[in-house]
Design a protein around this ligand. Structure first.
Ligand code: SF4
Length: 342
């Protein structure tokens, strides 16, 4: 977005963002505070030949104020490859910035948030994978994209929530070590059984603390209380939650499902960013229950984006040694080959 933003245009875009409550989270006075920052960032972006990639879980004023691309980790990784900008500002969490750097070694990749964690990515290290590989030399090591560059460098193929089942099914080895998400792993094991695919799948013990919170009893209670409710969930939720869901998909798949099916009343079991995007883009939908926020994604602010564009510090810049980057790239390219036959 490059046109000058006014408080009125921002308010008009965000006026339906309420998340679990009834009050608009972006009244006109808040929009008036945000617009100078948004306009500063959009000016700096042009001056520096930068592109801003934003995950859907990040706050709406960033998604609708300064983003050039908005999406999930896989989509943003592809967008990162398509840009001819000199600088990529990756507004998400650190492992996603690393993925952009792995794919774009000649570009400067900047990450605005100082709270750059992720409970999944932080649950294991490259050393952990090296040890596991020694213990399980006959297994194919498959990592979810929510992992650090060090972990990807030690694995055979990377997957996302939208392609995990199809890629695991296609891998010729029947011994798989899937990491780090144990809940996605349990869902994967169930799906392989459902497809009649016989594989021994070992799991690491990581979880996403946002998706782990949802429990089947609450889902059933809301289903009973709201006849006709559509329950949509992400595969990082537990198998019990997925059993009660009408549709399961990655962030992008959930958004596509909503656009294609336009259900009236929805329980959205993923990070709040998806609900806020839908409140902007499909304001007639009624959301029940509450959503959960990721403290890491929500720690990104407009102030930090302006700071990294204006005067980036060493800790804002993604650096990966070339050997690790090259090996992690092989792991990501293996995913592209499975998905696209490249
Ligand atoms: S939502 Fe979960 S998986 Fe995504 S960044 Fe936050 S902690 Fe990590």
């Amino acid at each position: 977005m490059t046109a000058t933003m006014t408080p009125e245009t921002l308010f008009d875009t965000l006026k339906d963002v309420r998340l679990g409550g009834t009050t608009c989270l972006y009244p006109i006075d808040k929009c008036a505070e945000l617009t100078p920052l948004i306009n500063d960032i959009n000016r700096l972006k042009k001056e520096k030949n930068a592109v801003i990639l934003v995950h859907s879980y990040v706050s709406p004023e960033i998604v609708y104020g300064v983003a050039d691309f908005v999406g999930d980790s896989y989509g943003l990784a592809k967008d990162a490859m398509s840009t001819d900008a000199d600088v990529i500002v990756f507004v998400a969490v650190k492992f996603m910035g690393e993925t952009a750097k792995i794919l774009n070694p000649d570009k400067e990749v900047l990450i605005p948030s100082e709270l750059n964690g992720c409970t999944l990515a932080d649950s294991l290290s490259g050393d952990d994978v090296r040890r596991l590989r020694e213990e399980h030399p006959n297994h194919t090591f498959v990592c979810y994209i929510n992992t650090t560059a060090d972990v990807k460098a030690e694995c055979d193929v990377c997957v996302t929530s939208s392609n995990v089942n199809d890629i695991i099914q296609k891998i010729p080895n029947d011994k798989i070590y899937f990491l780090p998400d144990k809940l996605m792993g349990r869902n994967l094991i169930e799906e392989m059984k459902r497809r009649g695919v016989d594989k021994e799948i070992k799991l690491w013990h990581g979880t996403c603390y946002v998706h782990e919170e949802y429990d089947p009893d609450t889902v059933q209670y809301l289903r009973d209380a709201h006849p006709g409710l559509q329950v949509l969930s992400h595969p990082e939720c537990s198998p019990g939650v997925l059993h009660l869901s009408d549709y399961v998909g990655s962030t992008s798949q959930l958004l596509n499902y909503m656009q294609e099916n336009a259900p009236e009343t929805v329980l959205m079991l993923t990070e709040c960013g998806i609900t806020s995007r839908l409140q902007v883009e499909m304001p007639h939908i009624k959301f029940v229950g509450s959503c959960s926020m990721c403290r890491y994604m929500k720690s990104n602010t407009l102030e930090d984006i302006r700071r990294v564009l204006d005067a980036p510090r060493e800790q804002d810049t993604i650096r990966i040694d070339e050997e690790t980057r090259r090996r992690a790239l092989t792991c990501i390219e293996a995913m592209f080959e499975y998905v696209e036959g490249r």
